[in-house]
Design a protein around this ligand. Structure first.
Ligand SMILES: [Cu+2]
Length: 488
């Protein structure tokens, strides 16, 4: 939130700028009138000034449909209409956002979110883009849409100072999924502050229908503090130039697709992910652990036939892809950049698939495992021995999730959880009491209460006699870093 003092300062600055502009114009007028005695030339100059000042200030009439814009991970519904005129209103807003649990960042945004809204238009549309810069902003912004054919992708004619609004129009000649971003300043710094999003230009007839569509966009933050360092962070320009982000994440927050916010779908459905990479520096090796993309529209080319049965697809900075996947087996599927060091910087999301199991496609064999972590760090389920004897279950802590996230034990069974923190951030493990709520007297908490990166801990727990689902979490990183113990 900006203080009223900040707003006043900005307003004063804008007024000063306007006053300076008016003064320059009056000086020009005087110079012209002194040098040129002929009054008709003076009148002509005056007319010219009125015309040009009008072109600078007015945003022009807004023409056409104003389509719904959606925030990630939502996508506007497919278009069934023919080409028409559309008018898109965007506002650049500088605001503090949370990018990871307990980590604040002074972001620069389109319409207040990172990434900016998803724009859906049709090939052949005439698109008017109205870019307003909030009067509370401190910086000039602009927009470059990769769907545009024309100077700067629109950036050359949309440079807007705080409080200004400018418009331009383009014809959406090419179908595809395109990145848009701010192109002011050093450009990389504006993008790294969160100024990017996606615009889909649908071909006539649209894309093949699917059950669900999602909007996921990768991006980087370069903070002065280390990854997970708490509190308000600022941009570190040296890290930005060295291309060493503290965060690589999806949809602007390390937890944006974790826990309750996971993408949700059902067995038997086909889902489509519109995946963009804002960068500004890193290419993404986009992969979903445990799935194979049935179709990939490589580099988001819709007019080319999709390639099929792809494990990992490369998405350049400032590029995009469209993937379709049919869901056969229930479970949690992890969205990652397969440059997996970035997992620890936040590049992790979940596609949660519900439905009946399909053992002909996937089933576990042999005795139930005791929580062996998978090679990718993908949460696997763990089941204790089928007696009420004491058991030991290994739980690994990562930044910021548990492996496994689902653990099954017998009622009344004494359980020892051996905890190893493989991450860099400190974590703990807390199991809720019988009421399923945290911070009751029945809570069980790890020893030590805070397990630092690289260290081990333990949690002794007597499984309750009452069967049911008992949630557990890390107190520092809820709700993303959580799981469930099923007591049978
Ligand atoms: Cu900007």
């Amino acid at each position: 939130m900006k203080s009223s003092g900040d707003r006043l300062r900005n307003k004063t600055r804008t007024h000063r700028r306007l006053a300076a502009l008016a003064y320059q114009q009056s000086q020009l007028f005087l110079a012209v009138s002194h040098q040129l005695a002929d009054s008709w030339i003076v009148i002509l100059a005056l007319l010219l000034m009125v015309l040009t000042s009008g072109a600078c200030n007015a945003s022009g009439e807004k023409r056409g449909l104003t389509p719904d814009l959606t925030g990630a991970p939502l996508v506007p519904p497919p278009l069934s209409r023919g080409p028409t005129n559309v008018s898109i209103d965007l506002e650049t807003v500088e605001k503090q956002i949370e990018i990871a649990p307990g980590v604040q960042y002074p972001a620069w945004t389109f319409n207040g979110t990172v990434p900016g809204p998803f724009i859906r238009v049709r090939q052949g549309d005439t698109v008017q883009v109205n870019l307003k810069n909030s009067p509370n902003s401190l910086h000039t912004h602009s927009i470059d849409l990769h769907a545009v054919t024309g100077p700067g992708g629109g950036a050359a004619v949309t440079s807007v100072a705080p409080g200004e609004e400018k418009s331009f129009q383009f014809k959406a000649t090419k179908a595809g999924l395109f990145v848009y971003h701010c192109a002011s300043g050093v450009v990389a710094d504006h993008i790294a502050n969160g100024m990017y999003g996606l615009i889909l230009v649908e071909p006539p007839g649209g894309l093949p229908p699917v059950s669900r569509e999602f909007y996921v966009m990768q991006g980087e933050f370069y903070t002065t503090g280390e990854t997970a360092a708490q509190g308000l962070q600022q941009q570190d320009l040296a890290k930005l130039l060295a291309e060493q982000p503290a965060y690589v994440m999806f949809n602007g927050h390390t937890q944006s697709l974790i826990g309750d916010r996971a993408l949700k779908a059902s067995v038997g459905e086909t889902v489509r992910i519109y995946f963009g990479n804002g960068g500004p520096n890193l290419a993404s090796s986009f992969h979903i652990i445990g799935e194979i993309f049935d179709k990939v529209y490589k580099e988001a080319s819709i007019v080319s036939p999709p390639v099929r049965d792809i494990q990992t697809t490369l998405v350049p900075a400032g590029g995009a892809t469209i993937v379709d996947l049919h869901l056969d087996v229930p479970g949690d599927y992890k969205l990652v950049d397969h440059s997996l060091g970035r997992l620890l910087k936040g590049a992790l999301g979940t596609l949660h698939v519900e439905g009946s199991p399909h053992p002909e496609i996937f089933k576990a064999l042999g005795p139930p495992s005791t929580a062996a972590p998978s090679d990718h760090g993908a949460p696997a389920a763990a089941t204790a021995s089928p007696s009420a004897e004491a058991t030991t279950i290994a739980v690994r802590m990562r930044d910021n999730f548990f492996v496994p996230t689902e653990i099954t034990v017998r009622a009344g069974q004494p359980v020892t959880f051996t905890l190893s923190n493989d991450g860099a951030a400190p974590h703990n493990m807390r199991i809720a009491g019988i009421d399923g709520k945290y911070n009751s007297a029945d809570d069980a908490v790890s020893e030590p209460g805070l397990i630092l990166g690289g260290q081990q801990g333990v949690l002794h727990w007597q499984a309750p006699e009452q069967p049911g689902r008992y949630p557990f979490q890390c107190d520092i990183h809820p709700p993303g870093m959580s799981g469930t113990i099923i007591v049978e």
